[in-house]
Design a protein around this ligand. Structure first.
Ligand SMILES: Cc1cc2nc3c(=O)[nH]c(=O)nc-3n(C[C@H](O)[C@H](O)[C@H](O)COP(=O)(O)OP(=O)(O)OC[C@H]3O[C@@H](n4cnc5c(N)ncnc54)[C@H](O)[C@@H]3O)c2cc1C
Length: 323
């Protein structure tokens, strides 16, 4: 009997893990590479950030998932850096791996829109660990604020700015707003909830641009009921020394800025040939998720771009689409 062909899957998010579950593993050996050893559920990252859920309830070790699959796929930890599509091999920080067929399902990363140093100073929500970092900082600030009697210090500790009024920004601002309205007086009796300032900044003229105007209106009303200040049509230009500067010249002081303003496809160094790049650093694929002109390379999920009559600007970057 011929040896089985080897499929390597880069990324075990919604797209990668569902592909592995459904591919006929009697026909193929399957190897998953992911930089983290767990699958996570991004739609609930904001709940981790606001202490509504524990990380373990939205993160599942790959090895435990794979134990249940027969024949069992293999998981190796690693961050894929280079892909040689001629030699059919890829490299991580730990090893070089050969493949017969490659499935890239690496999703997206935060887009800082050329503000190259911004990632060092802001909090983000693109992984369980980023959401945890956010949560730890919020809790640390609440604890410190409930100790100090210096009013100016308390004001600084209790000011939170969220940049980006898309679904993630609205969710996280709302979740901190719910803490302000329902949790703080109970858990932190020395903090007056009115001292907590939450500002959500959006560049366009409405929240949730990807949704209907009525959804935008409802989101705005709900955030106002949670005492979140929403600033529309303000574009952030820089964040230096804890000062946010906007394109209209206005400034806001904040020591905790949560950045949810956009995503861009994960990048790789390709050798031999590169798949065509579409909008948002996504790779263009056909209706079978094949990269054009490169043998045995398939790209799925958020990092793929397929436009057709139904979706002339490409399929939306959503969990259901990836699945
Ligand atoms: C905060 C947030 C909230 C969201 N809310 C919703 C929602 O409510 N509803 C909805 O439908 N969608 C939501 N989405 C979008 C949804 O999560 C994505 O569309 C979906 O996760 C895409 O799946 P994917 O498998 O393509 O990529 P991902 O889920 O991003 O998975 C990519 C995987 O690849 C791994 N990886 C990346 N680069 C490398 C590399 N170089 N080497 C090895 N491994 C790598 C990552 O560790 C990750 O496990 C949300 C996203 C975020 C970030």
């Amino acid at each position: 009997m011929d040896p089985k062909e080897k499929i390597v899957v880069v990324g075990g998010g919604f797209a990668g893990i569902n592909f592995i579950k459904r591919i006929d593993r009697n026909k193929y050996d399957v190897l998953l590479i992911d930089r983290n050893n767990y699958h996570s559920f991004p739609p609930l990252f904001y709940q981790i950030a606001s202490s509504g859920l524990d990380p373990a309830s939205i993160s599942f070790p790959f090895r435990r998932e794979m134990r249940k699959m027969k024949p069992r796929p293999i998981y190796n930890m690693g961050e894929v850096k280079t892909i040689d599509v001629v030699e059919k091999k890829l490299t991580t920080q730990f090893e070089t791996i050969h493949y017969d067929k490659l499935v890239i399902a690496a999703g997206t990363i935060n887009n800082y829109f050329n503000m190259t140093d911004l990632y060092k100073y802001v909090y983000t929500l693109k992984s369980t660990s980023e959401a945890l970092r956010c949560r730890n900082e919020i809790l640390d600030r609440l604890e410190r604020a409930s100790i100090t009697t210096d009013l100016e210090e308390r004001r600084k500790l209790l000011s939170f700015v969220v940049i980006g009024g898309g679904p993630t920004g609205v969710e996280v601002a709302g979740a901190i707003g719910e803490m302000k309205r329902y949790i703080i007086h109970r858990e932190y009796p020395r903090i007056n909830p009115d001292e907590v300032q939450i500002i959500l900044v959006e560049g366009s003229d409405r929240l949730l641009q990807v949704m209907s105007p009525s959804a935008s209106r409802h989101a705005l009303e709900y955030l106002k009921s949670l005492m979140v200040d929403v600033h529309l049509q303000r574009r952030m230009q820089s964040y230096e020394d804890n000062v946010l500067t906007f394109s209209d010249g206005t400034k806001i002081y904040s020591e905790m800025v949560i950045w949810t303003a956009g995503v861009t496809g994960v990048t790789f160094e390709f050798k031999g040939a590169s798949p065509e790049m579409g909008p948002g650093h996504r790779f263009v694929v056909d209706e079978f998720n094949r990269a054009q002109g490169i043998d045995d390379l398939f790209i799925i999920g958020d990092i793929s771009y397929h436009a057709d009559d139904a979706y002339p600007h490409g399929c939306p970057q959503l969990a259901q689409v990836a699945i």
